[in-house]
Write a protein that binds this ligand. Sequence first.
Ligand code: PEP
Length: 253
Amino acid sequence: MKKIYFGTNLKMYKNIQQTVDYLKTLANETAELDRKRYELFVIPSYTALPGATESISQEQVILGAQNMAWEEEGQFTGEVSPKMLEELGINLVMIGHSERRHIFHETDDEENKKVICGVKNGFIVLLCIGETDKDKMDGVSNEVLRSQLIRGLKGIKKEDAGKIWIAYEPVWAIGVNGKPASEEYANAKHKVIRECLLEIFGNYGEDVPILYGGSVNPQNANSLIVQPYIDGLFVGRSAWNAKEFAQLIFNTI
Ligand code: PEP
C-alpha cells in the first residue's frame, strides 16, 4: 500500500521555543498515526533545527531544511551546506520553493545543482514546482511543469528516484492571496507530473511521491487526498497550529 504524506513548511515563522513547542504538541497529537502508512514532516527555520532535532524523535516527525547550498563547503557566505545539515541529523531538504524561485530568483539550473548535491549526500530532496498565474492564463502550465521537472532532475539516476519527493504548488494557489486549486485541476496536473517522472526515471518514476500544496485547508484536504494522482498534502498556514494540523490529518485519512 502506498504511503500518504503530510507536511508543512514553517517558512520564516516561529522562533526556537515556538518551534519546539509546536513539534512536541504535533508529536503528541499524532501519537496514534501509523507511521508505516503515513509520513509526517515539518520544515522549520535553520536556527530552530538543533532545538527541533533534540525535542522530538524523527520516527514521529521527520525534520527538513528549507534550502541548502549546492557545495559541501567553500566560499559561499550565508549558505548552509549538506554536511552542516547532516551534522544536525537532518536528511530531508526542500529545494525550489516558490518563494526561493520568485523572491530570490533561483533558477532551474541552480535548483538542479542543489538536487544533485542533496541526492549525492544521501538526503531526501523535496523539489517544489508550480506554474504562475500568467503561465496558467497563457495555457502553458503543463509545459512549465515538465520543464521544471526535466531541468530540476537532470543528471539524477533512475535508481535514485526513491530519494526524490515532488511538491506541486501552483504559485497562484499559495499564501494569503492564493486560491486553492480545485481537486480536478490538481489531480490533472499531478497526472502530468507522474507521466513526466515516468519518462525521466522509467518505472522508478512510480517511487516518487507527488504532494499537493497551495491553500490546503480543513475544508478541501479530504477531497484533494482522495484523488488518484495525489500522494500527500504540503500544508502552509492551516498547519501552523499543531493541534489544528493534527485535526486536519485525522479528519482527512
Ligand atoms: C506554501 O507556501 O508552500 C503553502 C503551501 O502555503 P499555504 O498552504 O499557506 O498556501
